[in-house]
Design a protein. Structure first.
Length: 81
């Protein structure tokens, strides 16, 4: 199982660090999904901000993250990343 996680880590890192300036995105949507994350004896709300752009009629996920709070500082950090 660690080999699968290591392979996914490489793919996630490549996705997060790919250049976005090679395309022109005339439309960009941002939103966040809130979900309950549970463990043994605890549960917390987690927020997943997402940005989707449209280029040449095709939608592309530009970014996705996880945050413990959906506040202004979190959105600024997400959009800068």
């Amino acid at each position: 199982m660690p080999e699968v996680a290591a392979h996914l880590d490489v793919q996630v890192e490549a996705f997060r660090n790919r250049p976005l300036d090679s395309e022109y995105y005339p439309f960009v949507w941002t939103d966040a999904v809130t979900m309950k994350v549970r463990g043994v004896g605890w549960s917390v709300n987690a927020h997943a901000p997402i940005a989707v752009g449209v280029a040449d009629g095709q939608r592309e996920v530009l970014g996705l993250d996880m945050a413990s709070d959906e506040d202004g500082a979190g959105w600024v950090a997400f959009l800068r990343s």
